[in-house]
Write a protein that binds this ligand. Structure first.
Ligand SMILES: NC(=O)c1ccc[n+]([C@@H]2O[C@H](COP(=O)([O-])OP(=O)(O)OC[C@H]3O[C@@H](n4cnc5c(N)ncnc54)[C@H](OP(=O)(O)O)[C@@H]3O)[C@@H](O)[C@H]2O)c1
Length: 395
């Protein structure tokens, strides 16, 4: 089978190509707007060049994308470019009968994608959207927890990360700096009391215990697509999403926003004009590429997730909690951000071999079978544990 990966030069896209080739044994066309950046990313990750065709392809150039799909006939497309490309790419994919997955639509885009459901059902093609770590693995875990309970009341999701460097250096974020800036400038929307409710930026402060070495961390509401879909699909009254930022990163991101790096308005600087957000993005992309050139010798950075599902089982209050832990994998020069790249790789592969085949557009909690998925994660050293706590009443 053959998969087309868009945004393959990126932090996640390159790792998705690596997983598709090495773990899923799928042939890949790896593309981004820069052939040079894509080639470098694939080479630095030591992916077998015989298994990958590279090409320059702008995901916004729908005419060229259409031509590529017609010529190359991929079974599926994993869109790892920025989420602003999701709707356009889907339009071309459904027209060509190509299955689709992506890394998330940041709430509003995700809902617009799901509105396309009928078109996909009519075409008999599957789109499973929002398939990274979170959204993605956390949706699947929430779905698994909901199935274990007779009744779900609340699902609380948490994400955190960090490193063991002796000096608490701010690591760069495990996801696009553009999305980080969106998260710090757009109001989060949570599913509370069975409806979407807008919250203040960085509100909902709550201390949560995450797996070691994080331990207790302050977490905050962040705009994400999990509360956009999980409440309705899993019949929960409340679904919240919080990030527990390492303190250094929280301060860095706040400072970037205060300095005006969120602005898309071109600014005269030195000999040229460029918008602060585009400049920041270019610096981030260079840092990601340079970071892959010197592989670390040992695990030193990690991503952690916690999913609490509260409800009832056999008439008593019960809680199902999932912890998901990922460290960087020095053997494959893969950062902990691989936990965002592996899920779209697995789902693309499963679409290609018809393990996922429901026509329509769905988020991960609907189409992804949790336990086989968790086992695939485990095969890559991404550790999922399930903790089922049932209260026994003696009255
Ligand atoms: N669900 C999750 O858990 C999760 C986690 C992390 C990230 N994400 C989302 O995933 C997306 C990618 O994140 P990332 O960390 O990999 O960001 P990134 O490192 O900035 O990579 C995105 C890549 O997309 C490429 N790209 C941008 N526009 C494109 C276009 N029009 N056509 C083709 N390629 C294009 C860029 O490469 P060129 O400049 O070379 O084209 C860039 O390398 C973001 O939207 C992010 O929010 C989701």
């Amino acid at each position: 089978m053959k998969a087309l990966v868009l945004g393959a030069s990126g932090q996640i896209g390159a790792l998705c190509v690596q997983d598709l080739v090495e773990m899923c044994k799928v042939d890949v066309i790896a593309s981004s707007r820069s052939l040079e950046r894509t080639k470098k990313a694939i080479k630095d990750l030591k992916v077998d060049p015989n298994k990958v065709t590279t090409m320059e392809l702008d995901a916004k150039d729908l005419k060229k994308l259409d031509q590529v799909m017609k010529k190359e006939k991929p079974d599926c497309v994993a869109n790892c470019a920025w989420y602003q490309t999701n709707l356009g790419v889907m339009e071309v994919a459904v027209k060509n009968g190509v299955h689709y997955t992506d890394l998330g639509g940041f709430f509003d885009t995700c809902l617009k994608q799901i509105e396309q459901n009928k078109k996909w059902i009519d075409a008999g093609v599957n789109a499973t959207v929002g398939l990274g770590s979170t959204p993605g693995m956390t949706n699947v875990a929430g779905g698994a927890g909901a199935k274990k309970l007779d009744k779900v009341d609340t699902i609380d999701l948490y994400c955190s990360w960090g490193n063991t460097l002796p000096v608490k250096e701010a690591g760069w974020p495990g996801y696009s700096i553009r999305t980080v800036i969106d998260e710090f400038t757009q109001n989060p929307i949570m599913w509370i009391g069975s409806k979407h409710q807008k919250q203040p930026i960085l509100s909902g402060e709550k201390e949560v215990i995450m797996p070691d070495p994080i331990g207790k961390v302050k977490s905050y509401y962040i705009k994400h697509s999990e509360p956009a879909t999980m409440g309705k699909n899993l019949r929960a009254k409340n679904v919240t999403f919080r990030i527990g930022f390492p303190e250094t990163d929280l301060n860095t991101f706040k400072t970037l926003v205060q300095l005006g790096f969120a602005s898309a308005k071109a600014l005269k600087a030195g000999t040229g004009e460029v918008s602060p957000i585009d400049y920041l993005t270019a610096m981030y992309q260079n840092a990601i590429l340079a970071g892959r050139e010197t592989p670390p010798d040992e695990p030193f950075e990690y991503d952690m997730f916690r999913i609490d599902c509260f409800g009832e089982k056999s008439g008593t209050p019960s809680t199902v909690t999932y912890f998901i832990e990922t460290w960087n994998d020095p053997k494959r020069n893969a950062s902990s951000a691989r936990d965002t790249a592996v899920p779209p790789a697995i789902v693309s592969w499963w679409q290609g071999v018809k393990k996922i085949k429901e026509p329509g557009v769905y988020p991960a909690e609907v189409t992804v079978d949790p336990y086989p998925f968790f086992k695939e994660l485990g095969r890559r050293g991404i550790k999922v544990t399930e903790h089922f706590d049932v209260v026994t009443k003696f009255f």
